[in-house]
Design a protein. Sequence first.
Length: 306
Amino acid sequence: MSLAPSVAVPRAQFNWLPLLIALFCLIWSFAFVAGKIGVTDCPPLILLTARFLLAGTLIAGISALRGEAFDLSLRDVAVFALLGVANNALYLGLGYTGLKTVSAGLGGLVVSANPVFTAILAALFLGEAMSWRKVFGLLLGVAGVTFIVWHRLSVGTDHAEGILFTLASLASIVAGTILYKLLAPKGSLWIGNGIQNIAGGLALVPFAATLADFHDVVPSARLLGAFAFLVLAGSILAYLLWFHLLNVCGATAASAYHFLMPPLGMLFAYLVLGEHVELRDLAGIIPVALGIYLVTRPAASLSQRS
């Protein structure tokens, strides 16, 4: 009796991507709450300068202990330094300044419009398709954010100056996203993230030294806890995950995960800070989420089929 040759069936590999996306969304959302706690007891520019420089130093130290080779060219170093100015110094510097006078929930909501504006710039500079469906989604997203911002201003819970800083912060992270895909730095993302943090910290040093007062720092256990989270989870782990998602999913699809930030950010702000959330705020999230879904779904589908 002849036996058919056995055929080795390849074992299905576990897909880590959904877990990485979930971890990124949780860290990024909670970072608004940690940032709000931090700027309560420490001037934003001092907090961020110390955060970036410490994170960059830790990455450099760990790399040296591991004997990791420095495989970045001079161009790659310059690109990651530029990203440090956009993604760290400007995005978080402006955002944390805004957090002094706006709630953590609103800060997270405004920045969640990132995918909408990223989709437009990706169509202009990265060649990603722009359809009428995306245009309609853009209008919905802008309308939803405008509705919530207008409501917050009308009831006096957030200040116009802080919202302007938050909008400028949004522009910075969108620019950083496009620059990363456009310039496409090579080499280790770990070392690149260290360069980005150090560059962002150095860019803020003169502003922190001249515009902030070290006497305004109030040492506390909650400040230490928030600072530790922002350094280890925010500046190191979250940005490594972000760059990985940009490489795997593309600019538009990776940015789409920010649509999860408004509900998560408001939930964390409610649980940890006791921030009041009104039904009208939640209603404004609906057009934002729908708009981002319409903008990003075609790009996400294409990336999954490729």
